[in-house]
Write a protein that binds this ligand. Structure first.
Ligand code: UD1
Length: 354
């Protein structure tokens, strides 16, 4: 079986790692195409190196831009690349502009399309990611769903016949990396806080970064936390806050460069609490047992709300302490995301439906 994986943004490299290893273990032909949506070394290369992902066979170097221009450039390039490769499956990941571009390219050259992480919904149609995932699901021949709730969402949209529950591949890699890094503080964390308790924060969603007033209130709320807040610097956050004149230091805030995957898992595992707008981090916090606060109106991973492990905060409050530093729940966590063998099941599903 020949599979072409199309990836381009940081979380997709994390998802690609276990899938690539499982395809290789099973002896399949796997071609990786990188759109170039993320291009900084810390946003891309370090993930390939650290997670032992083979270098992409094709790199489109598309780079940043307005959504339409960026997606359009990818579509034009992928149309040619996919037609040239003619795999048994085009495999796309998650909900970024790289995902929707590859999905459209695949269907236009009549190639079977599989969507990994299918069926997630925020039901917030202001999010570019919501359109990317809904449209990709409806274009796909095979929907690889991470959770039972995702399967329900797909069934409600008439897609049950094309859907398979495989579990979450990010869980595979998160649990295996956790076993390696548990108890070891990353150097960037140690440099900022030594052995003291801290909050890990990430902000990158368009709804938080591109509204100046909201961004200002969010940063102010983080500044006012009672523990040091290690804020990892996503390029969108750095870019938009500089343009808006919002400083990312002061008060409790300490700015960290983007972390590689192992350091991110270790930093999250060792944190007293997490504050984030990332989907992946909410789930990783749940898996690692770190109490999480999500600075958004909704979550695509409602399973994480179970027992108070995750809490939604739709609008930044004057005082974030009561929610962000609430006691760590004692409710046992279940395994809604699978047991860490999703990549193996992804490969089995691709073989079965090829
Ligand atoms: C993208 C995804 C988002 C995902 C996120 C993970 C879309 C619509 N959004 O958002 O779903 O959660 O990736 O990180 O696809 N930039 C750099 N260096 C880079 C990449 C980007 O400096 O390597 C800067 C540029 O100023 C760029 C901005 O970051 O304009 C935003 O990058 P972009 O890829 O458009 O979206 P993300 O916010 O990263």
């Amino acid at each position: 079986m020949k599979v072409v994986s199309v990836v381009g943004a940081r979380p997709q490299f994390v998802k690609l790692a276990p899938v690539s290893a499982a395809l290789e273990d099973a002896g399949h032909d796997h071609v990786i195409v990188h759109t170039g949506q993320h291009y900084d070394s810390r946003m891309s290369d370090v993930f390939f190196e650290q997670l032992a992902i083979p270098a992409p066979a094709v790199h489109l170097g598309v780079g940043s831009g307005r959504h339409g221009a960026q997606t359009g450039r990818m579509l034009a390039e992928l149309d040619v690349v996919l037609d040239d490769q003619r795999p048994d499956w085009v495999l796309v990941y998650g909900d970024t502009n790289s995902t929707i571009a590859a999905a459209l390219a695949a269907v236009k050259v009549h190639l079977p399309l599989a969507h990994l992480e299918a069926g997630l919904r925020s039901f917030n149609r202001r999010m570019p990611e919501e359109h990317n995932r809904v449209l990709t699901d409806h274009a796909s021949d095979l929907l690889l769903a991470p959770t039972a709730l995702a399967m329900d969402n797909l069934a409600r949209e008439g897609l049950a016949g094309r859907s398979i529950l495989v579990g979450d591949v990010m869980t595979d890699i998160c649990l295996s990396v956790q076993a390696r890094v548990r108890g070891v503080r990353p150097p960037e964390v140690r440099r900022q806080v030594g052995d003291d308790p801290y909050v890990l924060a990430t902000v990158h969603r368009q709804e938080n970064t591109d509204d100046v007033d909201r961004l200002g209130r969010l940063v102010e709320a983080l500044r006012g936390l009672d523990l040091p807040v290690l804020l990892t610097a996503h390029p969108r956050l750095v870019d938009r806050s500089a343009a808006a004149g919002v400083s990312l230091t002061g008060g409790a805030l300490r700015l960290l460069p983007p972390l590689d995957y192992a350091d991110m898992v270790a930093a999250l595992d060792g944190a007293r609490a997490a504050v984030t707008d990332s989907g992946g981090l909410q789930k990783e916090a749940y898996l690692l047992g770190t109490v999480c606060t999500t600075m958004r109106s909704e979550t695509e991973w409602p399973e994480t709300l179970h027992g108070g492990w995750n809490a939604i905060v739709p609008s930044p409050p004057d005082d974030l302490n009561p929610v962000a530093l609430r006691p760590v729940p004692t409710t046992p966590r279940s395994s809604p995301f699978g047991e860490g063998f999703a990549a193996r099941d992804v490969v089995a599903a691709l073989v079965r439906r090829a």
